[in-house]
Design a protein. Structure first.
Length: 210
């Protein structure tokens, strides 16, 4: 059984998509054991608690040092027997000791086709604004392994969407979010089933054209 912790900062729509797939039986062999948010008011905590999943607010300002913060996160993760961390709209950098302890066992979903439109500052609507400003004709979502650099870990799976004439950041965001909700559960299903191995080799990602 693959035991997962989900980290999120907002409403948790990708978490909800993964959880719904599990409840529908389309992700056998996996369970969500813990949800962590740096935001005490995050909707992801409410979704988790409604589903009977332990949900914890844990943020750096609660602790006197970076080391004590990271140690507490590791205590939570090990205490719940976590095998894999899935970042779902998590707006903080994962502390280096956690990345080291879970090397090649942290994944994230990004609202663009990496390696393009990733890195510092490339989150939320900023990504879609940059895609449109660049004149790109395709965008999409990428699930990648998390390392010490923003959005630079190996890409596991991507799904594309067209950028239509007259597209706005808001319409593109909605289009990409729909495929995120399909892609992330699919990646978790493949990891749990063993058909997608971690770590992935660097190189061409698998791309599903939407």
């Amino acid at each position: 059984m693959l035991t997962i912790a989900v980290f999120g900062s907002g409403r948790g729509s990708n978490f909800h998509a993964i959880l719904s797939a599990m409840q529908q039986g389309t992700i056998p062999g996996a369970r969500i054991a813990l949800v962590v948010s740096n935001n005490s008011a995050a909707g992801i905590l409410d979704v988790a608690r409604a589903g009977g999943i332990p949900a914890v607010h844990c943020s750096r300002p609660q602790f006197p040092t970076d080391e004590s913060y990271a140690a507490h996160l590791l205590h939570l993760l090990h205490g719940h027997g976590v095998d894999l961390i899935a970042l779902a709209g998590y707006m903080k950098r994962v502390p280096p000791p956690v990345v080291a302890a879970f090397r090649n066992r942290i994944v994230n979903i990004h609202p663009a086709l990496l390696p393009g439109f990733g890195g510092p500052g490339m989150y939320g609507m900023h990504v879609h604004e940059a895609v449109i400003a660049a004149g790109a004709t395709r965008s999409g979502a990428s699930v990648h392994v998390v390392d010490e650099e923003y959005d630079r870990g190996p890409v596991l799976l991507q799904r594309e969407v067209p950028v239509d004439p007259g597209e706005t950041p808001a319409t593109l965001a909605a289009k990409v979010l729909r495929v995120e909700h399909e892609l992330y559960p699919e990646v978790i299903r493949r990891i749990a089933g063993g058909s997608l191995k971690l770590p992935a080799e660097r190189g061409e990602p698998v791309t599903d054209r939407g």
